[in-house]
Write a protein that binds this ligand. Sequence first.
Ligand code: AHQ
Length: 234
Amino acid sequence: MTELSQDQQRLLEQLKEVGSRSYHDQHPFHRRMNTGELSREAIRGWVANRFYYQTQIPIKDAALISNCPLREVRRAWLYRITEHDGVQGEEGGIAAWLRLGEACGVPREELLDDRHLLPGVRSAVDAYVHFVRTEPWPVGIASSLTELFAPDLMARRLEAFQTHYTWVPSWGFDYFQRRLTQARKDSDSALDLTLCYCSTPELRQAAVQALSFKCGVLWAILDAIDLKYGPSPL
Ligand code: AHQ
């Protein structure tokens, strides 16, 4: 990244402050996942509900691209769609998540037909897609910057599965392994674009608010899952 201006440095500090305070790595459900406290039912419920989030990411990214008039930005963002949907010969993240489901004992059709999808998860994910569809594209890019904080979480999660959830065969972990490197690449690109194109005080403020909103989306997803599958399920 080239030398940052004072405004860009300040924006970067604000973005990091939001994530360090609100990212879902600190949610009680993730804390229990990472210390091996989740039941098989809770793991299966998390996999089934997070599948909906995964399927909506390429739709979100296509909406962002449709809002963006700059060819160079569309070219930089386009790979995110195929990263999830796959291309001929490279199955993509959604297929890898279906394999995670099978490894955890949730058949493909039970992920694909959304039978386990909780209303709170659907609402939070749909709010994210709507946000990116309706906000200016630089603000939509900023909302993906939760991924700045994902690599560490992915590493902890993979270790938790390998250590505590040994009933899940390791061939199911492809998705987590992909994200270890992909999340860093995604967030490096999204950060460069955010610092470059959120170039007014209004857009810089909107970028910080977008990240805070997206942290809330990820937190609400886990709230719904925790309510259903947590220690005192309703
Ligand atoms: O698997 C994840 C993923 O593909 C993405 C895309 C990105 C976005 O565009 O908002 N965010 C994201 C995330 C993924 N996994 C989450 C997890 O905890 O497994 C983390 C999430 C993110 O940090 O935003």
